[in-house]
Design a protein around this ligand. Structure first.
Ligand SMILES: [Zn+2]
Length: 238
């Protein structure tokens, strides 16, 4: 083997391993496999038969292609149906709005660093819907350098750089999730969102309705949830 060939093999081996892993993850997420079963709690639990949303749809996308390929967006199948139905409803009622879902769980659940929960496929992070300062619908920038959106810092007025949080769209999304969850026989157990920004959400009509209907954290969580809101779904687990 020439040196060139050896070098090529050394370079290609990790690449083919990565592709094999991504294929394995994709196979795990195929709809029609074994049923989803969640075990334990979001802090101490695991997941069997996890599923994931497509990388992107008409009005939504995942926070990161890398995170998607690595398998960091898996959920219980009922949570998946709920998320999809909520996006479909919003696409009919407000086709201009855009949404970004973030991390949820490994296909098999379990510890999901750096998160403290997300262990059994019943918890999902959603990046906040945003608009530009002149009011155009936009998406939270998600690059490796800002930790795929997680490192974006919003001030107490809900502004970060050239974007501001669309609290009305966030309220509409939460209400759509609540409706879809009930239609699938589950519910939303709790929403975690920055306590300093909660009054801004409550000041929008849909946000006010969502806050009346759903339980929100009263105290600040261990990390500031300003660029994303965390939703715990109440799914019967073993
Ligand atoms: Zn979370």
């Amino acid at each position: 083997m020439t040196l060139r060939r050896a070098l090529l093999a050394v370079c290609l081996a990790p690449l083919s391993l990565a592709m094999a892993f991504a294929t394995y993850i994709a196979w795990l997420g195929l709809v029609g496999g074994r049923a989803s079963i969640c075990y334990g709690t979001v802090v101490n639990g695991h997941l069997e038969g996890g599923r994931r949303l497509p990388y992107a749809g008409d009005n939504y996308r995942a926070y990161s292609l890398l995170g998607f390929l690595l398998g960091r967006t898996f959920v219980h199948e009922t949570v998946r149906e709920t998320m999809l139905d909520a996006y479909a409803e919003l696409n009919k009622s407000h086709p201009d709005l855009r949404f970004v879902y973030a991390e949820s769980a490994w296909p098999w659940g379990g510890r999901f660093a750096p998160h403290k929960s997300h262990a059994n496929g019943t918890a999902v992070d959603f990046h906040v819907p945003v608009r530009t300062l002149d009011g155009q619908v936009s998406e939270l920038p998600t690059w490796a350098f800002n930790q795929f959106g997680y490192a974006v810092e919003f001030d107490n007025t809900g502004r970060a750089g050239a974007h501001r949080i669309d609290f009305e769209a966030m309220g509409r999304h939460l209400l759509a999730l609540d409706r879809a969850a009930r239609a699938h026989g589950i519910s939303i157990r709790r929403v975690i969102f920055d306590v300093g920004l909660q009054p801004k959400l409550a000041a929008s009509p849909a946000g006010a309705q969502a806050m009346k209907r759903l339980a929100f954290n009263q105290q600040q969580a261990w990390v500031r949830h300003d660029e994303h809101y965390h939703v715990d779904f109440a799914v019967p687990c073993r």
